[in-house]
Design a protein around this ligand. Structure first.
Ligand SMILES: CC(C)(COP(=O)(O)OP(=O)(O)OC[C@H]1O[C@@H](n2cnc3c(N)ncnc32)[C@H](O)[C@@H]1OP(=O)(O)O)[C@@H](O)C(=O)NCCC(=O)NCCS
Length: 191
């Protein structure tokens, strides 16, 4: 991998299906603690060992640094009606040579089952392709035992990649997972 993406938050913020994607702020701390403590989120995503309010505060404060270092773009989905936290979606594992990144997500337990994940994953993926990052591949690694997330990947327009396809190299660290990708067609000027 060479180079580093200059990671910016979508401007204007992405708004879709009654939710808005914005930066994490200090006031989201307790929602993050709650999500980190949720058994489903713990089972399927990389939750830190320390899930204390102080650790959540540090994670939120560290968001800007992770972005500036080109490591991750972590966004929180909030309800446009009342501002409550609905979930998280983020990009990581950026690869400037392949113009690829990995996407991950969770939805707060009370907000599941009504399209939140599909909306936020679809919106961030479209922005990753068409916005300033202009990524060719957005890759989602999903455990085959997690049918909800397999369904999210499909609903958000991702396709299951056969092993060895170009776009899945970014995901090589978890060979046992299903690798889904959203691929932007190569533009004439890039061919
Ligand atoms: C997976 C998760 C994000 C789904 O969020 P959600 O907002 O409920 O998902 P949506 O409402 O957008 O549903 C998307 C699709 O998943 C399906 N789905 C949702 N929950 C499901 C479940 N428990 N079992 C099977 N399918 C499910 C929906 O029916 C829908 O499919 P459709 O488009 O064919 O109708 C949520 O359950 C979660 O946060 N789980 C824990 C964390 C996690 O697994 N993260 C992903 C790691 S890869």
């Amino acid at each position: 991998m060479t180079g580093r993406y200059r990671l910016v938050t979508p401007d204007p913020p992405l708004v879709v299906g009654g939710l808005e994607l914005r930066r994490w702020v200090a006031g989201d701390r307790d929602d993050l603690v709650q999500a980190w403590g949720d058994p489903e989120v713990r089972r399927w995503t990389a939750v830190p060992d320390d899930v204390s309010p102080e650790a959540a505060e540090r994670w939120i404060v560290g968001e800007e640094r992770r972005r500036e270092d080109g490591l991750a773009l972590d966004l929180v989905a909030i309800s446009v009606d009342d501002g409550r936290v609905l979930g998280e979606v983020g990009l990581s594992t950026f690869d400037t040579e392949r113009a690829a990144a990995r996407i991950g997500w969770w939805v707060a337990a009370p907000e599941r089952g009504r399209g939140v994940a599909t909306s936020m994953v679809g919106a961030l993926t479209a922005w990753a392709h068409d916005g300033p990052l202009a990524l060719r591949a957005v890759v989602a690694e999903v455990d085959p035992a997690n049918p909800a997330s397999v369904a999210v990947a499909r609903a958000a327009g991702f396709e299951l990649l056969p092993p060895g396809r170009e776009g899945d190299r970014v995901a090589a660290s978890y060979p046992e997972r299903l690798v889904f990708a959203s691929m932007r067609p190569v533009r004439r000027s890039e061919a």
